[in-house]
Write a protein that binds this ligand. Structure first.
Ligand code: NDP
Ligand code: A1CAB
Length: 269
């Protein structure tokens, strides 16, 4: 049976997922999108050949509704969807903080809801999507969600109680690496390298390190030790990182992201 999937609130993450689904072989004809602005709707129609519809129409026509609005817009979207969403539709939410219970309470009794935390590398099929079932979602609903998000990267099932932590790690994670690259590029400039060269050097170092982390099976400590020669350059840098409390700063940063995800659960921001 052909499944129709609608992305509701097709902004940054919604478009990243949509583009990935098309690369993974979904037919544009089986995909619907909703937006708040008509110029954005036309942009998506022209770029992907998908049909922009209203939220109410998406609820009526799609088998699976992927909610990709900001947490603060979720209450309003669900109020709009509730009168049109039959309880046999699968509702998948990608919003940080919003619980499956928040969604279940606002839709028809028994509606299956799955919560997913993806990340922007779904744009390059290297996403990490963390998946939890709501109280009415069956293993088939979870498997269908995995099929959608698995086309654009890895998936992992976790209990919903771990979603806020996963949001802090993999949902926001790409931003931390971009921040580090930005800072290290500045350092390269301080050391006298042209900006473009500094950028290329650190990006390739990041890609090499990431591939080794993924493919070598080695613990990060072991990989770092292999770079750190006695009385060499690396240990001089590591001492400065420890002196400046970078490890503690990262732990505090991820804890703050986890807490912010929890606070978004109210849908009020
Ligand atoms: N960005 C990321 O890396 C990740 C984001 N997420 C989650 O994804 C969600 C979206 O984030 P992001 O893509 O960054 O945000 P965006 O603002 O880019 O996308 C949200 C989109 O939803 C649209 N929108 C809002 N209300 C409605 C509505 N009632 N009907 C139709 N469209 C609507 C907005 O329109 P308008 O443009 O007019 O505001 C906007 O285009 C958030 O809940 C976030 O927590 C999850 C994982 C990673
Ligand atoms: O910053 C945010 O709130 C969203 C959720 C995870 C990544 N971006």
């Amino acid at each position: 049976m052909t499944q129709t999937v609608a992305v509701l609130g097709t902004g940054k993450i919604g478009e990243a997922l949509l583009s990935g689904m098309i690369r993974a072989g979904w037919r544009s004809a089986d995909l619907l999108v909703t937006t708040r602005r008509s110029d954005r709707a036309e942009e998506l129609r022209n770029r992907y050949g998908v049909e922009p519809v209203t939220n109410a129409e998406a609820a009526k026509r799609a088998d699976t509704l992927i909610l990709a609005v900001k947490p603060q817009d979720m209450g309003k979207l669900l109020d709009e969807l509730a009168p049109h969403t039959a309880s046999d539709r699968l509702v998948v939410s990608a919003a940080a903080g919003i619980t499956t219970a928040f969604i279940e309470e606002r839709l028809a009794a028994g509606t299956p809801v799955v919560r997913v935390m993806p990340n922007t590398p779904v744009l390059v099929d290297e996403g990490m999507s963390v998946i939890s079932a709501g109280s009415h979602a069956t293993p088939a609903h979870v498997a269908h969600t995995e099929e959608i998000f698995g086309g654009v990267g890895k998936t992992l099932r976790v209990p919903e109680s771990q979603q806020d932590a996963a949001t802090a790690l993999s949902g926001s994670g790409p931003a931390y690496f971009y921040f580090l690259v930005e800072a290290m590029t500045d350092a390269g400039i301080l050391l006298g390298l042209p900006r473009a060269q500094a950028h290329d050097l650190i990006v390739q170092a990041a890609i090499g390190a990431a591939v080794m982390l993924r493919d070598s099976g080695e613990h990060p400590v072991k990989l770092r030790e292999a770079v750190t020669s006695p009385a060499g350059t690396t240990i001089s840098a590591i001492r400065e990182l420890e002196n400046h409390g970078v490890r503690a700063a990262l732990i505090a940063a991820l804890e703050a992201a986890r807490d912010r995800s929890r606070a978004l659960a109210s849908g009020n921001g």
